[in-house]
Design a protein around this ligand. Sequence first.
Ligand code: BJW
Ligand code: ZN
Length: 252
Amino acid sequence: MTPEGLERAASAIAGARLLVVSTGAGMSRESGIPTFRDAQDGLWARFDPAELATERGFRADPARVWAWYEYRRLRMAACAPHAGHGALVELEWNVPQVAVITQNIDGLHQRAGSTEVLEIHGSIHRVRCLDCGAPGERPDVGRDDDDPPRCARCGSYLRPGVVWFGEMLPEDVVRRAWALVERCEVLLVVGTSGLVWPAAELPHLARRNDARVIEVNPEPSEVTPVADIFLQGRAGEVLPTLVRAVARQRGS
Ligand code: BJW
Ligand code: ZN
């Protein structure tokens, strides 16, 4: 991150009425939650997404997929938001509207206190029926059964409330998210490889609508060629520095 890039980014944000922040797995990395595509500790380096993150994989082995998500959910529940999540909350003091569109399913932005959070890949904290789609309740007492719990309405399995490969994203959330990006003056993209569609479209959509695109990532990504400003570094370090620079520019 160069001082010049930082000041340019802060000035764009300080002048925005609507700032949209689009976050991916890198946003949660410093909270202790692994990313997907990191060559060493990414989830897809150890697990096959076709077996664990598709409806077909769930139907082939419901107990295994359920157990994998329960393991991740409990790990996520034990993690806490970091200084970068807090910095995005503080931005709300200096920008009239800040909306967070996240691909993350961990709920950390809400736990940090962000007001407007749109979860485009769902949430690991919710469950719904595999067949009738009815929202379900996860039984919180210890169960002996390895199989997933059952839907109270139709008796089919409950599944994690996340978006798997080949599935549509939640329609109303997508409509609101895309409308926000069309309206924003600045899109701040944090910690995503930009490989997964349709989330990967957001920086392109912002550019088409004359918004400034600012990226925060320790490594160049698919987003970098689309970004006006690339702030190279970790979310937990860059975002607090950026927010202090915005506050300075706003004189607050
Ligand atoms: C840091 C950091 C630090 C590290 N600070 N940064 C068009 C073209 C090609 C393919 C498709 C297309 N349209 C649809 C597809 C298929 C597919 C897709 O995109 N595939 C690609 C992989 C090629 N998309 C879909 O299937 C989507 N559905 C859909 O399009 O429906 C319409 C349709 C239906 C039927 C047929 C066709 C179309 C659904 C996508 C669902 C994604 N689901 C997952 C799993 C969620 C549940 C779970 O967690 O198990 O979502 S996959 C996984 O990837 C997860 C993430 O949200 C998503 C994105 O990953 P993300 O966040 O970018 O993480 P990484 O690991 O890739 O990157 C981390 C980044 O952080 C890196 O850049 C690091 O450098 C950085 N970083 N430390 C800041 N400290
Ligand atoms: Zn059902």
